[in-house]
Design a protein around this ligand. Structure first.
Ligand SMILES: Cc1cc2nc3c(=O)[nH]c(=O)nc-3n(C[C@H](O)[C@H](O)[C@H](O)COP(=O)(O)O)c2cc1C
Length: 196
């Protein structure tokens, strides 16, 4: 399979970068090809604007969005890596999602979150999170994020099968971080094929 990893972190020495590298190493160990979209290094513009609403208006230019869509088009699996910020996506990832997975390209109706205009692709969320797993479970954050992202977002994207891995305690001890990187490698190595 061809695996696209979309990474959001400006610091090349961050844990998120290490997670993306481990995931891609796992995918390559399983003989998949890996492509990285490093949104900060590539200076992607995440700001949704009038051009996104009316791409046919004079001066509108969505060539950056088209380039991202071409990347997705050649991928059989898509993995998003970003640090959990305020129980949500950091602005760069949010803008990439908002702008690239457009109405008319990714979806064209709102009544069925399982219907997409895109062919099925395997979908993965690998999310470093500072909180501990017991806190995330007790407060219901994990279930809320699963509903919003796995059902409400990846469903519309046509990503299937799909999974979310919260890498809890990402700011913890070295052994903890090593275990989370090993988990990221395994997720890459054991990627299932897209649904038929
Ligand atoms: C602005 C900001 C908001 C954050 N919000 C959360 C949060 O809501 N839940 C959580 O578990 N961790 C939160 N964190 C912690 C980050 O998820 C954690 O620092 C990150 O995963 C570490 O990865 P990195 O080294 O790649 O930055 C937040 C950190 C920052 C800077």
């Amino acid at each position: 399979m061809h695996v696209l990893t979309v990474l959001d972190h400006p610091n090349p020495n961050s844990f998120s970068h290490a997670v993306a590298q481990s995931f891609m190493a796992g995918a390559e160990a399983a003989e998949h090809t890996a492509e990285l979209a490093d949104l900060n290094a590539e200076d992607f513009n995440p700001l949704w604007s009038q051009s996104d609403i009316d791409p046919d208006a004079p001066g509108a230019d969505l060539s950056d969005v088209s380039a991202e869509q071409e990347r997705i088009a050649r991928a059989d699996a898509v993995c998003l890596v970003f640090p959990l910020f305020w129980w949500g996506m950091p602005a760069m990832t949010k803008g990439w999602v908002d702008r690239v997975w457009r109405w008319g390209w990714a979806y064209d109706q709102l009544d069925d979150p399982e219907k997409s205009l895109q062919r099925p692709r395997t979908g993965v969320l690998l999310i470093p999170a500072g909180a501990r797993s017991d806190e995330i479970e007790q407060e219901g954050y994990g279930a809320a994020l699963e509903t919003a992202w796995i059902k409400g977002t990846f469903g519309y994207f046509g990503l299937s099968p799909r999974k979310m891995e919260l890498l809890c305690g990402s700011t913890g001890s070295e052994p903890r971080r090593k275990a989370l990187l090993a988990r990221s490698f395994e997720v890459g190595r054991t990627l299932p094929p897209p649904a038929k």
